[in-house]
Design a protein around this ligand. Sequence first.
Ligand SMILES: Nc1nc2c(c(CN[C@H]3C=C[C@H](O)[C@@H]3O)cn2[C@@H]2O[C@H](COP(=O)(O)O)[C@@H](O)[C@H]2O)c(=O)[nH]1
Length: 306
Amino acid sequence: MDDVRASSAWVAARSAHVVVDPSGIEKAVEEIQDSIPKVKWDFEGIHYFDNGPLTVQYLFVLDTLNFCFWPDKDLSYDHLALGLKEALQNDKSVFDADRLQKITGPHLRKLLKWPRPLPLENERVRLLHEVGLELERSFEGKASKLVESCGKSAANLVALVTRHFPGFRDHSVYKGHQVFLYKRAQIFAADLWGAFEGQGYGEFNDISSITIFADYIVPAVLRQLGVLRYSSDLASIIEANREIGSGSEEEVELRACSIYAVEKMRELLSKKSGNQVLSVELDLWLWSFGIQCQSLQHHRTLSIYY
Ligand SMILES: Nc1nc2c(c(CN[C@H]3C=C[C@H](O)[C@@H]3O)cn2[C@@H]2O[C@H](COP(=O)(O)O)[C@@H](O)[C@H]2O)c(=O)[nH]1
């Protein structure tokens, strides 16, 4: 995660289309410093939880598919979380490694009770095959074994996930510099921590090392708060719902500046209140605010990473 922090700061220092506004940070922090809004993990009540290894398997499958819902205007993250939950409740072996390797597009659609092809459906299927195969090859088919081998370190878990599963290697090259964003790998650690309330499979002695999860909601919320400012060109692309290319300077700046800005908010919060705030907590607050705000316009990038 040091790489995520350092490379995001590198982008923020050179960013042309997105600017992190220190006065926006100051204002946002002033508003929340006395009581940092606490949002409960699974505030929506849509996730599977049985306090055991099957929950870990569920969360790993969930975060394997936790990207790019917007091309279907009726589809959202909630459908994925709830659909996978119901599929598991109906059939406890549905996410076994051998079955993940055999899944097809129509089968996935059926599991999620989605009436038409999912966005990037072939990629979703490919990633499930990859996960099933590598879980079987290196972790006895079980995501719980993967988590057990990280020694209660979220940083180790992210390193392990990105080493073993190429689909989680969320990075870009910006002005010749490698930038690490690791949204789905980090959110997997955060989901474990949230679901298991920091105990058992969710116990990490370095949860503070995780950054926010750079998706398409958080940048839009930060902009609304005045923490991020966009160039007029970028603002009009987003307003017109025009796509932004994956790996383009605009896209990397949106994501990296979001990570950098929340790290700055976190530093200022701990300076002002003396309390350590976790990026995971700030992320959940920002994200839950974002999805409840109907008018929020977000950037559109076809990506398997977020
Ligand atoms: N930064 C950040 N991004 C997050 C999440 C979550 C869900 N986390 C769950 C875990 C426990 C909580 O109770 C949450 O329910 C999804 N996303 C991203 O949002 C986008 C989906 O948007 P829409 O198309 O409108 O549904 C998509 O990129 C998706 O990957 C988060 O927590 N943080």
